[in-house]
Design a protein around this ligand. Structure first.
Ligand SMILES: Cc1cc2nc3c(=O)[nH]c(=O)nc-3n(C[C@H](O)[C@H](O)[C@H](O)COP(=O)(O)OP(=O)(O)OC[C@H]3O[C@@H](n4cnc5c(N)ncnc54)[C@H](O)[C@@H]3O)c2cc1C
Length: 387
């Protein structure tokens, strides 16, 4: 693809540099193992994660004060995410998963808490981390969580169950959301840092899933897990605000991840279309195929433009829940559509596991679900329109 496509609005020299590093890493390190990791299922490629860490790709987004790369802007996060997820969405999202944990720590934590939990992530052998809000009875309605945090002698006692936790069981550190005031919805929600080895904390078996299999997902059980007072992030009741701030940003970077998948599908379909011949000419010379490629390219560009717009406005300090929702909604649906279109363009071979496009289609589906389904993004956008 041309530079115009990958750089619609102008990037700084530093952003171009990290984009080039990520592009090369995705090409050389991620693409060659993506199918194998997918087939292996639930075998997180930790070596690759640590290799990415040695290049600063797991910590570029952390503040310099804790040893991170200091590229804390959302736009850089999007550039990294698109390139890595072009290689493989599961592996790309694994590499940047520290950002999902770090966001509420940065937003709500004290300087001491930031040093304590972010310095290890910025280190040479970073631990895996996770964010746990979803529960068996609480998904889209994040304010309805039932996990409780009750005051105890030394701090808090957490009781409840989380589900679908990315890196669950493998991660050393978790931001867990619990309520100190059951029944009060968002008012009582409070964030805590839970360590894997804390008494009362255990995990289920890795969950079997459709795509993005480089990341393990598991249930998390909190059975009277005792936490010291200093594990609480922010004040009691500030957790929901911290979660929404995290989503405002992570939904935009998730849109970038989806754009990476869509771009991978487009590039593959274009090359295939130019070489596969039917009825005496390359299939891309049949107008139905050529037009489908044109639609794919248009969606990839539109997705990136929405993602970059939301990122730039966030970086300018604006609250942009509707723009973030639009970016995630459009980009994830573009990824789903473009991967479908790539499968269609390859015909029977698109359906074969020998080619990567069916995996990309499975990977793309998750982008429409996690961190708020497409319905929830539409809810946010329509509320913005109607209030
Ligand atoms: C692979 C994977 C990784 C994940 N990683 C994490 C993680 O690391 N941490 C974490 O906390 N969670 C994680 N999740 C959970 C994810 O965020 C939830 O699955 C998602 O928010 C949807 O919740 P749900 O699955 O309970 O669906 P539900 O909320 O039960 O929704 C079911 C359907 O109803 C629709 N719906 C619900 N409410 C409305 C409404 N008001 N209007 C219109 N339609 C509605 C939804 O759009 C959906 O189609 C992960 C999920 C998956 C699959």
């Amino acid at each position: 693809m041309s530079e115009v496509v990958s750089d619609p609005l102008g990037l700084s020299p530093e952003q171009r540099e990290i984009q080039a590093v990520c592009r090369e890493f995705a090409e050389r390190e991620i693409r060659p193992v993506a199918a194998e990791v997918d087939e292996a299922d639930t075998q997180t490629p930790l070596e690759l994660f640590h290799k990415a860490a040695s290049l600063g790709l797991t910590s570029f987004m952390l503040p310099e004060e804790v040893g991170g790369g200091g590229m804390t802007d959302c736009l850089t996060g999007c550039i990294v995410q698109e390139e890595l997820c072009w290689g493989c969405a599961g592996i790309g999202n694994l590499i940047t998963s520290g950002g999902f944990f770090a966001e509420p720590v940065v937003e709500l934590g004290t300087d001491e808490q930031k040093r304590r939990w972010l310095e290890p992530i910025a280190g040479e052998r970073p631990p895996l981390t996770a964010l746990a809000t979803t529960e068996p009875g609480s998904g889209s309605d994040a304010a309805s969580i039932q996990t409780t945090a009750t005051r105890s002698e030394g701090g808090y006692r957490l009781r409840g169950q989380k589900t679908w936790i990315s890196n669950g069981g493998l991660a050393e550190l978790y931001v867990v959301f619990a309520t100190v005031e059951p029944g009060s919805r968002s008012r009582g929600i409070t964030a805590f840092v839970v360590e894997k080895g804390d008494p009362g904390v255990s995990f289920g078996e890795p969950m079997k899933k459709m795509g993005q299999r480089a990341i393990v997902n598991a249930e998390m059980f909190l059975e009277d897990a005792e936490l010291a007072e200093d594990r609480r992030l922010g004040d009691e009741g500030q957790g929901f605000y911290g979660l929404m701030r995290t989503f405002d940003r992570s939904r935009v970077t998730l849109g970038a991840s989806a754009t990476g998948i869509a771009r991978a599908a487009l590039e593959y379909a274009v090359e295939y279309g130019k070489t596969r011949e039917q009825f005496g000419k390359p299939i891309a010379e049949h107008q139905a195929v050529a037009f489908r490629l044109a639609d794919m390219a248009t969606r990839v560009d539109a997705a990136r433009l929405l993602v970059h717009r939301a990122a730039r406005r966030l970086d300018a300090g604006e609250a942009v829940p509707a723009e973030a929702a639009m970016a995630k909604l459009y980009a994830s649906e573009a990824a789903m559509w473009c991967t479908w279109a790539a499968v269609q363009t390859l015909g029977g071979w698109g359906y074969s596991r020998e080619y990567p496009v069916e995996k990309w289609m499975r990977d793309a589906k998750l982008e429409e679900i996690e961190e708020g389904t497409s319905d929830i993004q539409r809810l946010i956008i329509s509320r913005h329109l109607l209030t």
